[in-house]
Design a protein around this ligand. Structure first.
Ligand SMILES: O=C(O)CCC(=O)C(=O)O
Ligand SMILES: [Fe+2]
Length: 262
């Protein structure tokens, strides 16, 4: 699948397969999404050690999806992503909603094999830094540990086993932005968010795009998406002060038949 021409303008960093779209949704759309997320029944939340999540679209197994229809408030956004990206062969059918308090994150992982290898992450509420770390599937010393994120994901804690031609990088995820990554970024890198209120990084691949937009948006605040970014030479420090909600939108190609419901 070729990315649409307009999407190619949003490529960031040196990989051909990471795209960052600032202001993908409006403030009003963000408010609506947040009210739907928090309006869902309490039983929809699953609590993990270091965050909560809601699973929409059905249960993902290694062998496919036991489908459930996405609610209209989610299809509104998944259809927009599907149409504007041109990167999915069919409609997005699964959305994982993660909630992170300022001191919460997600350990470095690769998304599970059931998903088509394109992921679109919509960020709401607070900014955060996502770190990409190269890993090698070819490495004999790689330690695959099951993460408990009900994502069918595997985690790799052996950072020494990096491929030489792959370098770690960070992406700054501002509220209302959409991050899309696929191919190499999907399969040769782990992605994660540090579980720390203070996040340090050396130059995000989309620093210019992310910060430019937020300053234009909210010049009076001086703070960027609920965070303050402190710059000292190459080093950046952000202090997370508010909750972040993310919508991880993906496609499971293999869909089992719906179970008959009485
Ligand atoms: O919350 C995010 O931005 C990342 C979530 C993620 O990587 C996942 O659900 O697999
Ligand atoms: Fe992930």
């Amino acid at each position: 699948m070729e990315a649409k021409e307009t999407l190619k303008n949003f490529k960031v960093g040196s990989l051909p397969t990471v795209m960052y779209i600032p202001d993908f949704i409006t403030e009003t759309e963000q408010t609506m999404l947040l009210s739907n997320v928090y309006g869902a029944s309490m039983s929809k939340w699953k609590s993990l050690k270091n965050r909560r999540l809601q699973n929409w679209g059905g249960v993902v197994h290694e062998k496919g999806l036991l489908p459930q229809d996405l609610p209209p408030w989610l299809t509104k956004i998944t259809e927009k992503i599907y149409e504007e990206s041109g990167l999915f062969p069919s409609a997005i059918n699964h959305v994982l909603i993660n909630e992170y308090l300022p001191n919460q994150g997600i350990m470095p992982h690769q998304d599970g094999p059931a998903y088509f290898p394109v992921v679109a992450i919509l960020s709401l509420g607070s900014s955060v830094v996502m770190d990409f770390t190269p890993h090698s599937r070819l490495s004999l010393c790689t330690n695959d540990v099951k993460d408990d994120n009900s994502n069918g994901a595997t985690s790799d804690i052996e950072k020494d086993e990096c491929l030489d031609d792959h370098h770690p990088f960070s992406v700054l995820l501002m509220p209302r932005s959409l991050l899309i990554f696929k191919d190499e970024a999907y399969s040769d890198y782990l992605h994660g968010i540090k579980d720390s209120e203070v996040q340090q990084y050396t130059g995000a691949v989309n620093e210019f795009e992310a910060v430019k937009h937020s300053i234009e948006d909210q010049p009076q605040l001086g703070a960027e998406g609920g965070v303050e970014i402190i710059r000292t030479r190459d080093l950046r420090t952000i202090h997370r002060t508010t909750t972040r909600i993310s919508l991880t939108c993906r496609l499971v190609l293999k869909v089992h038949k719906k179970l008959f419901k009485f």
